[in-house]
Design a protein around this ligand. Structure first.
Ligand code: ADP
Length: 333
């Protein structure tokens, strides 16, 4: 039995369906067969399948992307399939990918091109200062030069961060391999060592798992999160990193004793250039968490923050998939 919505998805009439003209092997392209077979295996074994994606070949030969889920009907034990047409979702995603790409290219080009004139400003300020001569360079002139240099330095840092963001957003198909999270965390801590020592920070961690990832990105992820914990604090930072099993992988937690974040800001801090403080208070560009979010998404995970508010510390959570072992490893298991 099928309903009209299903017939519209596959593009057949009820008469055609009832005359037996709709055959599974005709409406299912070869690439989607394994997904159906796995769904059927799950529903027979467990009474319900995970939702899965596949395509149908419609009567007119066009393809339609769908999400299907199978479940056993109570009582009769017959298998029912729920099918959702996701064509418009896919079209919207393609459109979004296109506009994101434009934006990335713009960010990349702009940050590249901005470096050059900025270097010129820096260099010529220095030259001008020297040409003015010590004698005429009174305290005020000296201060102006300092302001210019500070501005140039800040802008350079912003551009570097923007470039780093453009770089991570640029890559779509990131190849993931098994990575020991303890070792990427170790590299991040090594990079932060000087700061940790001079600020008297303590970073501890529990046993950490192997995940499916790209090591340089995971170093950046840990480094950004721990770096923030070192920045947004009043007392010396105490940071603890741990991981717990999660649905299909691991949920990491980075807990700090810092200034905390009000609930209303929990989402917006992950946007580009979103900051809660002026640079006089705490310096930064507002790109770090946007980079973190992008990295975690490229790894198929989620990132979010929990904090009971000002002064209560923050916990940044993110999920990563469990490491997928090669065939050799699973054969010897
Ligand atoms: P940046 O640190 O360069 O400003 P981020 O994107 O890393 O940019 O962070 C965005 C904002 O989120 C910060 O400006 C700060 O207000 C807030 N924030 C980030 N991490 C923490 C933290 N551990 N504790 C409190 N606030 C934080």
């Amino acid at each position: 039995m099928v309903n009209d919505a299903y017939l519209r998805i596959i593009g057949y009439t009820r008469e055609e369906f009832e005359a037996g003209q709709v055959r599974w092997d005709e409406i299912t392209p070869p690439e989607s067969r394994a997904a159906d077979e796995e769904g059927i295996r799950q529903v027979l074994a467990e009474g319900v399948s995970e939702p899965y994606e596949k395509e149908y070949v419609r009567k007119d030969g066009t393809r339609v992307p769908i999400v299907a889920a199978l479940g056993k009907m109570p009582g009769t034990g017959e298998v029912a399939a729920f099918v959702l047409d996701i064509s418009s979702l896919r079209a919207a995603q393609a459109e979004l990918a296109r506009s994101n790409e434009d934006l990335q290219q713009f960010a990349y080009a702009a940050s590249h091109d901005l470096r050059e004139p900025l270097r010129t400003v820096g260099t010529y300020t220095q030259l001008l200062f020297r040409r003015l001569g010590e004698a005429r360079a009174d305290a005020e002139v000296r201060q102006f030069v300092e302001f210019i240099e500070e501005g140039v330095g800040r802008m350079q840092a912003l551009i570097e961060d923007l470039l780093a963001y453009a770089q991570v957003t640029h890559e779509t198909d990131v190849e993931l391999t098994p990575v020991r999270s303890e070792s990427v965390l170790g590299t991040a801590l090594e990079n932060l060592k000087a700061r940790m020592e001079s600020e008297g920070a303590t970073v501890t961690y529990g046993p950490l798992p192997e995940v499916q990832g790209r090591d340089i990105r995971l170093v950046a992820l840990f480094q950004n999160l721990i770096g923030n914990a070192l920045t947004y604090r009043r007392e010396p930072a105490r940071v603890h990193i741990s991981a717990e099993p999660d649905r299909d992988g691991w949920r990491f937690a980075v807990v700090d004793n810092g200034i905390g974040i009000e609930r209303e800001h929990h989402d917006r801090i992950f946007g580009v250039f979103k900051r809660l403080h002026g640079r006089k208070e705490y310096s930064g560009s507002g790109v770090g968490l946007a980079i973190c979010r992008r990295i975690v998404e490229q790894h198929g995970g989620r990132i979010w923050v929990e904090s009971e508010g000002a002064g209560k510390g923050s916990t940044f959570y993110f999920t990563l998939r469990a490491a997928v072992r090669g065939e050799e490893a699973s054969a010897s298991d």
